[in-house]
Design a protein around this ligand. Structure first.
Ligand code: ZN
Length: 366
């Protein structure tokens, strides 16, 4: 199968953002990643159409991949295929993944497949940056860190060790593609491009879609004795120790956050609840300390961070009647987080995975 031509788009998102907006909510993680203002020198936006292509002139079948490999072993790539859009691809009839992720064998379209594989094959031709987390930290990462994959959760039946999430860091031929939908994941998988010895399609996540207008009724007033703040650098160690958190200090420092502190110790005291927005705008690392659970704090943290911090990605969008569109990824068997998502008006969107792509195989694609 011949490949499509891969085009690089301006990293400020000028040409890709209008396209991504036209296919919401499916494109939401890529849209937010393109809007996130912190772009490393190895940030790339690639697509199988030229910059400046109007939405109405797009090919029926196309794909977009956003890359930043500088934060390995955190998520390095985000991939969207137009085959995810119901009715878009003429070759795909009844392309309706059911929300439980246990759909029938997906149909394949040669043009969609070509688009996805072209982008995958292009990745190993790009320069591999050093991880901002530093080579010195690799041992530390391997022993104590976790990936920025959302935690399968304490209630998850599938307990994957944190080592599993990070042990690919020493292998530059493995790349984490995050929050990828079933359709493009199946195409990568059908070509043997997904490492099956590392966590991947065995851990499905439900993507929930929210509108901040749904949250206007949520009261973010705190109980007596608690106050709002933001997660500070001195809190990062606690954050990492409490959740299957996501990210390393250098990344946490860039991410929007909110935290709840005890009022009486306004100085060096630790937060009792917190949440972050990931670089793709998803709600990440929501946590409430055990002694503070059952008081609705998770809902307040979620509401506060979405209402106040999504402006980092797109200030104008928040002024619309429906407010911002936002998302979170919850392991399918994490009933507690599923309950929080639903109580906030979250609607189940589609199933996503964090996969480890084998770039040696991608490079060898025809
Ligand atoms: Zn197609």
């Amino acid at each position: 199968m011949s490949t499509s031509q891969v085009q690089h788009h301006p990293v400020d998102g000028f040409t890709i953002i209008p396209v991504l907006k036209a296919f919401l909510p499916r494109t939401l993680p890529l849209l937010r990643r393109a809007q996130f203002p912190h772009r490393s020198p190895s940030f790339y936006i690639t697509a199988t159409f030229s910059p400046g292509t109007a939405v109405e002139s797009l090919p029926q079948c196309f794909a977009v991949c956003i890359l930043d490999r500088s934060r390995r072993p955190e998520t390095e790539g985000w991939l969207f295929s137009s085959g995810e859009i119901e009715g878009r691809c003429p070759e795909l009839k009844n392309n309706t993944e059911n929300s439980s992720g246990s759909g029938s064998t997906p149909q394949q379209c040669p043009d969609c497949t070509r688009a996805i594989l072209s982008l995958a094959k292009h990745i190993p031709s790009l320069p591999l940056p050093d991880s901002v987390h530093g080579e010195d930290n690799i041992t530390k990462l391997l022993t104590q860190s976790r990936s920025d994959q959302p935690s399968p959760g304490q209630t998850s039946a599938k307990q994957v060790s944190t080592l599993d999430y990070s042990r690919h860091i020493t292998n530059p031929n493995v790349m984490v593609v995050g929050t990828i939908a079933q359709f493009p994941a199946e195409i990568l998988n059908s070509q043997g491009l997904i490492r099956t010895d590392l966590p991947g399609m065995d851990i499905p996540y439900q993507k929930f879609i929210f509108r901040t207008s749904d949250l206007r009724h949520v009261d973010t007033t705190l109980p007596d004795g608690l106050r709002w703040g933001q997660v500070r650098p001195q809190d990062f160690e606690l954050v990492r120790s409490r959740t299957a958190i996501p990210r390393k200090d250098k990344t946490l420092a860039l991410l929007p956050s909110v935290a709840i502190f005890r009022e009486e110790n306004s100085g060096g005291d630790s937060p009792v609840a917190w949440g972050f927005l990931g670089p793709d705008g998803s709600l990440a690392s929501l946590h409430v300390e055990p002694n503070y659970r059952g008081r609705g704090l998770a809902k307040k943290v979620t509401t506060k961070i979405l209402n106040e911090q999504l402006k980092v990605f797109d200030e104008e969008e928040g002024k619309s009647e429906q407010g911002w569109i936002c998302n979170s990824d919850v392991a399918l068997d994490n009933l507690e987080s599923t309950g929080v998502a639903r109580s906030l008006g979250g609607r189940p969107g589609w199933v996503v995975y964090w996969v480890r792509v084998n770039l040696e195989k991608a490079k060898a694609l025809p």
